[in-house]
Design a protein around this ligand. Sequence first.
Ligand code: G3P
Ligand code: MG
Length: 250
Amino acid sequence: MRTAIFAHRGSKANRPENTLAAFEEAARVQSDGIELDVHLTKDQEVVVMHDEKVNRTTNGTGQIKQFTLRDLQELDAGSWFSGNYRKEKVPTLKEVLELLSDYSGVINIELKTDRNVYPGIEERVVRIVDAYRANLPVVYSSFNHESLIRLKKTDASAEVALLLWERLAEPWRYTQQVGATAQHLWEPSAFSDTAKQLHQHNIKVRAWTVNKPKHMQLAFQMGLDALITDYPEVALDLRKSYETAGKKLH
Ligand code: G3P
Ligand code: MG
């Protein structure tokens, strides 16, 4: 089984995370999947950013939920990373999906509802995905599993994945109970017997955030379903070498 490569927050290592420039790069290198994080603004728009606050990745301060979309998009979301990206804005989910309309890989939308609940975000996200990504692969994930249950109530056919730091006892039971088809596990938890247990129950395992080449290699050897990395291009090259080396053995 081939391990898919998902680009974490776009191509986080060499572009400002969660910006259109980062997603463009992830698509350019042909990542199998692209992970991004979503929140709600004060005026209920779904926007893409990692933190609840704008402080780290823009030139502004404060919580996303206190900004209207218009005010949020006045901010510079690229200069903190490099002057070359000073024109980057905080994108909406719609803008990202429009940019990636020709991208046939998986888009992994992480609902950042673990600190702020953002009432109604699940319905809003599903509505946008229906409008902008119908019939193309999407996986929803969250550390807030109630959010995933709410999302499944809105769209029973949605593919959802539990985000977890820790290993669970009999991990398949809880996963099935939530209606998820995958666990997205912190890498030390993914590189354990849990992966085998989940696979025995047809549950996918995707590890985050796998940045070291030797860990990427381990993910390939273990047959994990995906690794989520800040270095998609490195991982894709490494997988090519790994597959070529494997073929030579036969
Ligand atoms: O979805 C995997 C990973 O993104 C979870 O952690 O904090 O980078 O969103 P974080
Ligand atoms: Mg994330």
